[in-house]
Ligand binder design. Sequence first.
Ligand code: 8YV
Length: 326
Amino acid sequence: MSKPRILVTRQVFPEIIDLLSRHFEVEANPDDALWSQAELAQRLADKDGAFTTGSHRVDAALLAACPRLKIVANMAVGYNNFDVDAMSAAGVQGTNTPDVLTETTADFGFALLMATARRMAEAEHYLRAGLWKSWRYDMFAGGEVHGSTLGILGMGRIGQGIARRGAHGFGMQVIYHNRSRLAPELEAECRARYVSKDELLAQADHLVLVLPYTSESHHAIGAPELARMKPTATLVNIARGGIVDDAALAAALKERRIAAAGLDVFEGEPAVHPGLLEVPNVVLTPHIASATVATRLAMARLAADNLIAFFDGRGPLTPVNTPLKK
Ligand code: 8YV
């Protein structure tokens, strides 16, 4: 029997390509070109499965061009690049990579919070520019982290990881808002108190966004929400661009209506709103919260294992939908 045909849409670890090649006929993307949606559709037209990242949309138009397609394995926990309903209707399985990136991403969220509150990027630029001539009592004086109030919007696995770090490591009071409240044991373990979104905005010294991007969470933080935050507060987004209205945030930072922001994700990335590049009180990173070697390898391995298990007839390991029969 011939092997299923798989398209790998972006460059990944060579050992993952080797693994996939033992099970499938693989078309890889050796130079990591960012294919247009039209080129992707052309390459995917004769494939049974795809190994993807968040770089491409899997929507009705793509699915219509790919009649053989049975599964798309995303190397990411977020899958807002999937039109899940269209995939289910077309009989296409979607999978993601939860759990393997939780702690690494929580580490980064906390690092970004600290770098933002303590103005590390601003201070480094100052030093590199040769501006450091002497001590000053208020030089890069930032906001306190330990003992402050940590607000978390979106209390899934990564949010809980950040809560634990804040509560247990830094003695922070943790408050959170989420679509649903955590079970009491989990709240106790995270030492986190459930509050309304309004209370979260008003009370947090540091507000970390860790919620999935959906039509409901689009611009969950815009001008009205920023106006409710403390002028001394910091905002950290490691979730998805689009959850924050970047134009409104750039204006709030410029006018110092909040103190600072740490952003790993952007609306329309890799483009970054020019207003965010102009203000000093931001720390900007290029969507790297899950980027340790071990975690990226584990994510790639899980995406590959989803494809292998699916075509072996064992079913997907971490499905995101229940597709109709093809
Ligand atoms: C990925 C992410 O690196 O897992 C996610 O949802 O945002 C990142 O870990 C990115 O989506 C590339 O696929």
